[in-house]
Design a protein around this ligand. Structure first.
Ligand code: AMP
Ligand code: ZN
Length: 490
């Protein structure tokens, strides 16, 4: 029985989809003005585990993810610059180039972390018509109003506005003060923008579309309401994001969608806790920004980061250190080694002969005493693994079950292998290809880094000599657009 913690009720609840077998899942996506940092990626990892757990429970998933390529200002409240334009100015490229480049980088990152790509990826700029229609609907229902600068949502008209955050509305005033200065015509300081007009600081805004309120561009929150309604309908099953989305972005999404359609937006709201560094939240605008690229450059395979993240429950803060990532890498290497040994033993068939059907344990009837012990160990391991995930995606517990299975003397290699591979359908640690993934020793990575440095300094002769040395030690280096890739020679 799958239980998930619902932020809306602050309780773990039994999950059942609204429609029989298909789960409607909406996961807020990245703002594509810069690389995702490994904090953002932690949130996408939690969502990946959610999706894979739902699949393990026999559901089909219709998953939608937006990409924010317009409208997100540098402050989540409606102040500051447009993030996309800031990115474009920083790099001397067009906003469209920036969106294209960082969207691609994002999907490359998640692929390397073995995160399933959502079936429906929806850039905000492809859904302008739907956003305008939704704002029109909010006007009709008297939740929206227009000033000379923008169109706003009147939060005083939506009585359940603070239901998700459980904050006092007055508590939000301090943070909203800057906005009031930005537009003195706002009715309430907490009102948020649905549409920006091209006046004042946005006079030269590049991304622009016509609307009944003049040429302009949408506010940040409206895209998710419009996209989810267009692709999933309303209500749908699960909505997710990082905890920072609770008091503002998701609160505003609920207000827009529920005011427009008079029914709930989503049944379950799941939020992933932050990745911190030196106990401070990792943020795109902070100095402490670490990308997957940096992780790789330092010699860590992306899946070591996945392993590191799975070691902590998604609702607990996780502090990042390179030492902890190193420990995760060592554990993963050990796991790959163990799986390879088990695979080898299972293939050789040097274990006890068994008539037991490991793929379908329930079909086994006539079996001997030790087979009975093995069968019960097999089923109990499987149940324990399912129970861990079904208990609000308890991945640290699931990893503990995985190690227990590796070391379980009651199970033959032929029983262990399918169990481990089935766990990995959720954990996604690449156990199927453990041999290929087997991590590269630190001594080799040191040589690879030294070679990179030589190449950067144009010391090509020295770089070539290092390549020969690496090859002599049984590895080869491939230079790819995302940096050097080291592989064991076959
Ligand atoms: P953004 O690209 O800034 O819109 O953020 C993308 C996702 O990452 C959102 O779901 C955020 O809630 C989440 N997020 C932002 N910072 C962190 C962090 N330090 N740790 C975990 N998730 C984060
Ligand atoms: Zn969203």
């Amino acid at each position: 029985m799958l239980k998930l913690y619902n932020t809306l009720t602050r309780r773990k609840e039994i999950f059942k989809p609204l429609k029989k077998k298909t789960v409607g899942l909406y996961t807020c996506g990245p703002t594509v003005y810069n690389y995702a940092h490994i904090g953002n990626l932690r949130t996408y990892l939690f969502e990946d585990i959610l999706e894979r757990t739902l699949l393990r429970n026999g559901y089909r998933i219709k998953r939608v993810m937006n990409t924010t390529d317009v409208g997100h200002l540098t402050s989540d409240a409606d102040t500051g610059e447009d993030k996309m334009e800031k990115g474009a100015a920083r790099e001397g490229r067009t906003v469209w180039d920036i969106a294209r480049f960082y969207t691609k980088a994002f999907f490359r990152d998640i692929k390397e972390l073995n995160i399933r790509k959502p079936r429906h990826v929806a850039p905000a700029t492809k859904f302008i018509k739907e956003q305008v229609a939704l704002i029109k609907r909010l006007f009709k229902r008297r939740y929206a109003y227009e000033t000379s600068k923008a169109v706003y949502f009147d939060v005083s008209k939506f009585k359940r506005y603070t239901n998700l955050s459980r904050q006092k509305l007055s508590g939000k005033i301090a943070g909203a003060r800057e906005e009031v200065i930005a537009d003195p015509e706002k009715r309430n300081p907490q009102d948020f923008a649905l549409w920006f007009k091209l006046v004042g600081r946005f006079k030269n805004h590049i991304m622009r579309w016509p609307s009944p309120w003049g040429v302009g561009f949408p506010g940040w929150h409206i895209e998710c309401s419009a996209i989810s309604s267009a692709l999933l309908g309303q209500p749908f099953d699960i909505h997710t994001g990082g905890v920072d989305h609770i008091p503002l972005h998701h609160t505003n999404e609920i207000a827009q969608s529920e005011a427009a359609y008079g029914k709930p937006l989503a049944r379950f709201w799941l939020h992933g806790e932050f990745l911190a560094i030196d106990t401070k939240r990792m943020g795109k605008s902070e100095e402490n920004f670490i990308t997957l690229e940096t992780v790789k450059r330092k010699g860590f395979p992306p899946l070591a980061y996945r392993y590191f993240v799975l070691g902590t429950h998604y609702r607990k803060k996780l502090n990042f250190t390179w030492e902890a990532l190193g420990a995760a890498r060592r554990a993963l290497e050990k796991l790959y080694g163990a799986v390879e040994t088990i695979r080898g033993q299972a293939a050789k068939g040097n274990q006890r002969k068994s008539a037991f059907n490991y793929q379908r344990p329930s079909v086994n009837r006539k079996i001997s005493g030790h087979q009975l012990i093995e069968k019960s160990a097999f089923i109990s391991a499987q149940n324990k693994f399912n129970a861990a995930l079904d208990n609000d995606l308890n991945t640290p517990q699931a990893l503990a079950v995985l190690w227990e299975t590796v070391n379980d003397t009651r199970l033959s290699p032929r029983a262990k292998l399918p169990l481990l591979l089935s766990y990995d359908k959720v954990l996604g640690l690449g156990l199927k290809t453990a041999k290929k993934q087997a991590a590269v020793p630190a001594s080799i990575l040191k040589l690879v880094r030294a070679r990179e440095l030589c190449r950067t300094n144009k010391q090509f002769t020295h770089a070539d000599a290092l390549r020969v040395k690496i090859e002599g030690l049984g590895y080869r280096v491939e230079d790819t657009s995302s940096g050097p890739k080291v592989l064991k020679k076959r």
